[in-house]
Ligand binder design. Structure first.
Ligand SMILES: [Zn+2]
Ligand SMILES: [Zn+2]
Ligand SMILES: [Zn+2]
Ligand SMILES: [Zn+2]
Length: 248
């Protein structure tokens, strides 16, 4: 793996400072033992400790386990995604098999049972399982790898356009999170703020959004520009539950 950015910066800074110090030692203006001690104590020690932590993070991205992929037989690696670690097949991207795991008291990796859903595969109409990827959870066909059908994971809100679809967390091409309809491209509903089931008590809006502002913090608000409806999310049991679930 390549060095993390911090370590590269550190390396350049180290080289530059060291050159200056060694020049001073060479022309007799500095005692080299003192120079090196000062250099080490003057922040380099801390920087080195920081760099070690970052390098460990990089290594940690793919730690092999003793579990073999049930789809292709390659080793399952521990990977880190947005919601913590999970197992992913070393054959990625040819094999996209993933699995949730936990550690037992001895620290051994134990596979968790796969979570089934009542959602149907868009390709073969078979049952779908909850899978984890680098960008969070999604649904994959139980018949994988024979069927490669996938669906985004619902945020628990039906599409406000009443198209029969549901809303899911998506990523824009530039990596920004937004909320879109599962029926895309047939339905193009999209919102930057996380939608909450409506309707708005004050107007005709079929949904509300969780919005952050410096003045109010997080509030449940109406997306309509002509409506001022707002409420404290703490009062909203259903929504609090949905957020807790999305964090779990
Ligand atoms: Zn595999
Ligand atoms: Zn399928
Ligand atoms: Zn829709
Ligand atoms: Zn409203």
């Amino acid at each position: 793996p390549s060095l993390p950015a911090d370590a590269q910066v550190l390396d350049i800074a180290f080289t530059a400072q060291m050159e200056t110090l060694l020049d001073n030692v060479e022309d007799g203006s500095a005692d080299w033992v003192k120079v090196l001690t000062q250099f080490y104590k003057g922040g380099f020690e801390d920087a080195l400790a920081q760099a070690k932590i970052h390098m460990r993070d990089v290594k940690r991205e793919e730690t092999p386990t003793e579990h073999a992929c049930v789809e292709c037989g390659k080793v399952m690696n521990i990977k880190w995604g947005r919601n913590g670690s999970f197992l992913a097949c070393a054959g990625y991207p040819e094999c996209r098999n993933t699995r949730d795991y936990e550690r037992d008291l001895q620290g051994a990796v134990v596979l968790l049972p796969e979570e089934t859903t009542d959602k149907r595969c868009p390709t073969c109409t078979g049952p779908m399982l909850v899978k984890r990827g680098r960008f969070g959870q999604f649904l994959a066909c139980e018949a994988y790898p024979e069927c490669k059908g996938t669906r985004p994971m619902s945020i628990g809100v039906d599409c406000p356009n009443a198209c029969g679809g549901y809303l899911a967390e998506r990523r824009s091409k530039r990596g920004r999170t937004f909320y879109g309809c599962s029926s895309y491209p047939n339905c193009t509903f999209a919102a930057w703020d996380r939608p909450v089931a409506g309707p708005c008590p004050d107007c005709a809006s079929p949904y509300l959004v969780r919005k952050y502002s410096k003045r109010d913090g997080v509030a449940i608000k109406c997306p309509s520009k002509t409506c001022d409806y707002s409420r404290d999310p703490e009062l909203d049991d259903e929504d609090a539950k949905a957020v807790a679930e999305s964090k779990a």
